[in-house]
Design a protein around this ligand. Structure first.
Ligand code: PMP
Length: 296
């Protein structure tokens, strides 16, 4: 069966999309992207796109910060996404939306060619009803400082740092890396934000640290702030603090929630079915039910 994708807002067979291997996106990673999720809602007979507007806004902001020129408005991006998701099966899917410089093959990283828009989806059944667990280790690869490679911009090239960490954790037989900043404070996972709970205190790293300002974590932070059971604190988190947390979670739109069961060989007290984990899953399920965009 032909798998459709979206190229510059047009539905095309994915296999027909051809870009030059010498383009700025292929050679230097000059692109910005978003990872979204569209949940199939049987009752509404449509896909609910979680945090859709926030993701599209961040994509446009990343493009602007990285000097990626393009012709797409927020409305164009939403329209292209909607057209593609209407062709998706009646199931949960993950979506990748990328603005990439493919013109001027052979040009340098300084290319000012306008970007093209590529969108694809792939099957990704939600795990909010049975959360995944993973073992993690702190990587010796640090997140680059905010003055070197801003991790707040969601560009493909930033994930080279995540890859170094993942290769290292795999070589050590551990599922995932956790990254520290240059000062040694814990910041995030390779593709998801970190949230830790110690008793009723829920810790998020500070947004002044080199971290992606995750849409999921910001939503959870706001929901926790409305809940009198917890105290929300955003500040640099030290490794000794992390080692004695009751719960350690990784969160993100595509990841949803991963409950970390071990950090650097130390068992996390509540790795499965912890109260924060349950709270986060319920928050995300209600966000899916109330999503700003339902595509039918
Ligand atoms: N940090 C990194 C490095 C990521 O790649 C992601 C996934 N986009 C996140 C955090 C989580 O962000 P969000 O909740 O916006 O998906």
């Amino acid at each position: 069966m032909t798998h459709l994708a979206s190229w510059d807002g047009e539905l095309v067979a994915e296999s027909e999309i051809r870009i030059s291997p010498f383009s700025a996106t292929a050679t230097y990673g000059i692109n910005v992207f978003e990872g979204l999720r569209a949940y199939w809602r049987g009752k509404e007979k449509g896909h609910s796109v979680l945090f859709c507007e926030a993701h599209i806004r961040r994509l446009l902001e990343s493009a602007s910060i990285l000097g990626i020129d393009h012709r797409f408005t927020q409305g164009d991006l939403l329209e292209a996404l909607e057209a593609l998701i209407r062709t998706a099966p009646e199931a949960d899917v993950a979506v990748r939306m990328t603005l990439m410089i493919v013109g001027d093959p052979g040009e340098s990283w300084g290319s000012e060619a306008p970007a093209n828009l590529a969108i694809r989806y792939f099957p990704a059944i939600s795990s909010l009803d049975s959360v995944k667990t993973a073992r993690a280790m702190t990587s010796s690869w640090r997140r680059p400082g905010i003055g070197s490679m801003p991790m707040s911009v969601k560009s493909g090239a930033n994930y080279l740092n995540s890859r170094y960490g993942l290769l290292q954790s795999r070589a050590c037989g551990v599922d995932l890396p956790l990254f520290l900043d240059e000062r040694g404070y814990v910041v995030e996972g390779g593709g998801a934000n970190l949230i830790c709970r110690k008793s009723e205190e829920v810790l998020f790293c500070s947004l002044e640290q080199p971290v992606l300002r995750g849409i999921t974590q910001e939503y959870i932070k706001s929901r926790l702030a409305d809940c009198s059971n917890y105290r929300v604190v955003a500040r640099p988190i030290t490794l000794p603090e992390l080692y004695v947390c009751d719960e350690v979670l990784l969160v993100g739109t595509t990841t949803e929630v991963i409950s970390i069961e071990e950090v650097d060989g130390r068992t996390v007290i509540q790795a499965r079915g912890g109260e924060l984990c349950q709270f986060v899953c319920e928050c995300l399920k209600s966000a899916v039910a109330e999503a700003d965009v339902i595509i039918r």
